[in-house]
Design a protein around this ligand. Sequence first.
Ligand code: SF4
Length: 286
Amino acid sequence: MLTKNKLHLKAEVDRRSGFCFGVVKAIEKAEALLDEGKRVYSVGQIVHNEEEVERLSKKGLIAIGHEDIRDLKDENILFRAHGEPPDTYEEVRKHNNVLMDATCPIVLKLQRDVHQAWLYGKHVYIFGKAGHPEVRGLVGQTNGEARVFRTIEALREMELPQALALFSQTTMNPGDFHDVVDHLNDRGVEVEVHDSICRQVSGREEELKAFSRHHDRVVFVAGRHSSNGKMLYEVCRTHNPYAHFISRSEELDHSWFSPGEHIGVCGATSTPHWLLEEVRQKIEAL
Ligand code: SF4
């Protein structure tokens, strides 16, 4: 029988990777109630990380879709860190449900700013991913009128007003956001720039670049649906061609590694610390 040789790998976890405070707060809120034995429904997955979702669902957290809210009465309903549009608040309150709003304070402020710009009659443009829960929450602040675009190419196709208020989904790339501003300036549009990119995310880029370069290989751990994860993984890959994306420690592949390599383990703002540590241990055991 063939046996794999031990690889003698050294692995280091990036201490700044892992849950941002918005997600920590949302999980803490949910867990406090679950620990009291209460049933808690979260609108959408509380965090874009399958492992953490599984851990919380074992404690009794139930993820539901927006269409399920109307069937709930006298229940505890949690809004996750991404936030929700105003009509979801109305729907929850219609049936005497208890709302636990775990919207991240940064997203709440952004929602208020978007709403205010719209109230002042400004044309609101959002650099972000149409359909993303946070973006839906933002568009909801403008009665559905905000225009959303994800790339400069998409923006190029849009007819623009003479003046607009520009916002960003909190997890977009800051460099791309600046390119958007330059593009609008080049087209002669008067832009009121609201740099609403979360510093918990954008600050991570520079550190991740250095972390990626510093290791022979990088293993990036995040949920498949995390936009923050995709963005940060691209940063790693640009600065270290030997970067691998996994969601679970079981996805580690012996064949990726060469003996004696020094591996960096990092993740998104939605990756739990316990999972990063589990990956580190499994790598060192390969
Ligand atoms: S990434 Fe930033 S804005 Fe988003 S939930 Fe975390 S702290 Fe809040």
